[in-house]
Design a protein around this ligand. Structure first.
Ligand SMILES: Nc1ncnc2c1ncn2[C@@H]1O[C@H](COP(=O)(O)OP(=O)(O)O)[C@@H](O)[C@H]1O
Ligand SMILES: Cc1ncc(COP(=O)(O)O)c(N)n1
Length: 307
């Protein structure tokens, strides 16, 4: 079987926790060959963003053309795009090469508050990029900016998903990491134009969440590149990010990166438990399966009616 290939079109994070670096680490962990087109270089660490240096549109266009003329990604994701001009150029390249399985992570503001997308570029994103998206993955503030409405509860989150879906993307995934009202759960909402599906995990108490959104979208991209359905790719992403947040690396003095190795560690731990099991009695098998589920965060998936 050919090796699945994924492309990230995003900014570089010198600190290695978010952006291009998070995406490539994630692709690699999941057995997907990673390619990149860099839209901007950020000087960044766990304490914040110290500088933003966008690339020329010519340099970005050339990177995409080099990829398109030789390598066809099985799926791609966009991250930090910075300006309307870059968004237009990226959308034109996606169309030109007829690339499919497009994950748009509408990165706007870094966790420390630095702007990674010019305000006037939001309309361009809505007009030219979202119609090309297989799935768009805003966090709550990004979903508010895209939909033009406040999100305060499940009903308003569903309403915002409906509005964003009308821009022409196939699926909308509104992530719940910023939902501070829900102190127990991290709940993400997927909408395909008809059905709402909630993916819920336990909320982990930590400040080491730098790069969660990039990593989450990169897992979805990897899953789509490997031929998973969107629902299965999101389920994989939820498990991967839960493990990555649960085992922080404690790197840097501020908001540290997530652990891109953690999911792989847990898979190996599961395999050891299963292989080491021998012919145990049924009750042990049941208990072991429960433990295995616990390893991956007990993600609860629920289809929810329209509120
Ligand atoms: N404290 C947490 N515990 C468990 N999962 C979390 C936590 N914070 C974020 N997540 C999950 O990480 C993913 C990224 O979410 P979010 O933080 O909303 O995105 P972003 O990084 O774009 O702001 C989502 O699946 C979300 O549910
Ligand atoms: C280059 C770059 N791209 C994206 C983010 C957002 O990070 P997060 O995933 O934590 O929202 C970032 N901080 N830097």
């Amino acid at each position: 079987m050919p090796i699945p290939k994924a492309l990230t079109i995003a900014g570089s994070d010198s600190g290695g926790g978010a952006g291009i670096q998070a995406d490539l680490k994630t692709f690699q962990e999941l057995g997907v060959y990673g390619m990149s087109a860099i839209t901007a270089v950020t000087a960044q660490n766990t304490l914040g963003v110290q500088g933003v240096y966008p690339m020329s549109t010519e340099a970005i266009e050339r990177q995409l053309a080099s990829i398109g003329e030789d390598l066809t990604p099985d799926a791609l994701k966009t991250g930090m795009l910075f300006s309307g001009e870059i968004i237009r150029m990226v959308a034109a390249s996606i169309t030109k090469f007829a690339w499919e399985r497009v994950v748009v992570d509408p990165v706007m503001i870094a966790k420390g508050g630095a702007s990674l997308l010019q305000q006037e570029a939001i309309d361009t994103m809505v007009g030219v990029l979202l119609p090309l998206a297989t799935v768009v993955t805003p966090n709550i503030p990004e979903a508010e900016a895209l939909s033009g409405m406040r999100i305060t509860d499940t009903a308003s989150r569903q309403q915002a998903a409906k509005r964003i879906h009308q821009y022409g993307c196939k699926h909308v995934m509104i992530k719940g990491g910023h939902d501070e009202a829900d102190i127990d759960h991290a709940k993400d909402l997927l909408y395909d134009g008809e059905t709402f599906i909630e993916f819920t995990s336990r909320r982990l108490v930590t400040r080491h969440t730098h790069g969660t959104g990039c990593t989450f979208a990169a897992v979805i991209t990897s899953g789509l590149a490997q031929g998973l359905s969107i629902g299965d790719a999101v389920q994989l992403a939820k498990r991967f990010i839960h493990a990555a947040i649960a085992e922080p690396l404690h790197i840097g003095g501020g908001h540290g990166p997530t652990n891109h190795w953690a999911y792989g560690h847990r898979l190996r731990e599961r395999d050891e438990r299963l292989n080491g099991g021998g012919d145990r009695e049924q009750e042990y098998v049941v208990r072991r399966e429960f433990e295995i589920d616990t390893l991956f965060g007990n993600i609860h998936v629920q289809t929810r009616g329209d509120l």
